[in-house]
Design a protein around this ligand. Sequence first.
Ligand SMILES: *Cc1c(COP(=O)(O)O)cnc(C)c1O
Length: 445
Amino acid sequence: MAHWPDLASRSRELYERGLKVLPGGITRTLPWQEPFPVYASYGEGAYVVDVDGTRRLDLLNNFASLIHGHAHPGVVQAVRHQVGNGTAFTLPTEQEVALAETLCGRAESFEQVRFCNSGSEAVMSAIKAARAITGRSKIVKAEGVYHGAYDYAEVSLDSSPSNWGEDPNSIGYSKGVPKGVTDDVVVIPFNDVEASERIIRANAADIAAVLLDAAPSYLGFIQVSPRFTDMIERVTREIGALFILDEVISFRSHTGGAQTLLGIHPDLTTLGKIIGGGFPVGAVAGRRELMQIYDHRQGKPGLPWSGTFTANPVTMTAGKVTLDLLDDSAIDRMAQLTSRLVGALNQAFARSGFPGQVTGFGSSFMVFGHQRQVTDYRSGYSSPEETKRVVALQRALTLAGFHIARTGKAFLSTPMTEADIESFISAVSRIVDARLEPVGAGVVS
Ligand SMILES: *Cc1c(COP(=O)(O)O)cnc(C)c1O
């Protein structure tokens, strides 16, 4: 039987069909790899089986959104029941109240919640809320940090030495971004307290919000320093701007999110990924007096916000069951496995002379193809050769039965066992010991 990447495989056949009707053959670029992506058939727990019957340990977990892996029996049962009762209503439901109650019990700054359908929407909504509350237009974000697909949140996501400047320039992410967008985004260097404070203060009167991720995925999940968050809290208060913490991905690091773990005090928080239990979701959470901006009861709210599938009871049901199953011990266990994995991979790299490193936070980690200490976007920035090293490792892992992202990012889930983690560590060790050559420069096995 043919397997990926054989030309006779089912994945190849689906890719050929996809090419005719989908630009580039696929909808998400994340799973792309040469010569064509692996197509999923079904998932069970920590594993996903592809359309050719190959089973792999899934360290992608739908990019960090499946905290309990695939098809957790508790989630499946609750969702099945809900689907039989209807999947979406214009009317509000108990399920929406229940998930909001669960979330509000999890972090001190969550007094009320507004739901939406993705993390990108949550970031868009929080930025619009901050603008409506402050009457100002500019937002501040850190260079190279991902916050979803809203134009403003994407600014300077992939700056390069050719355009990033001394103080970070504000650079549109795609072609055709209006100048108004880049004019309204102030870019700061992550974790650089003095430079960031100076840049923020120079724009003080126009700033609606500072948007921050406590452990940005694109920077290898390095943690924000307490000095940096103290500065953001102090300066936003002084200049009358809001502090938005983007916890779409970092919420998996503690039952109360990175803010509870690290003692951060945001005004608004954006959520997504795990809180939907495997279904599309986003949310903005924050203090009651700020969340009033969404309240329609006195006429048109400061920020009108709705959506056809918003707070649908399937997502709300799956999210509630998922969070109820996620306690401190489950999170601690994943964090311990992750730190063991990170340590073991770094040792394996050192032993074999593989010029890379692994960084991580909570249950997330990232492989870099260089050994410079990563403290911000610029120190983490990889050359094409360094990037190829990670791509070659990812490809070899796909062949060995493991899914990680081509960018080197990966995530644990609760069904992963010690044996799963040990087998992953051995596979990486074998691959780096074999001194793999970058894709295109030689044979990868
Ligand atoms: C994934 C992610 C988003 C975007 O969420 P989507 O649901 O993919 O739109 C925003 N911010 C962060 C930090 C994320 O990791």
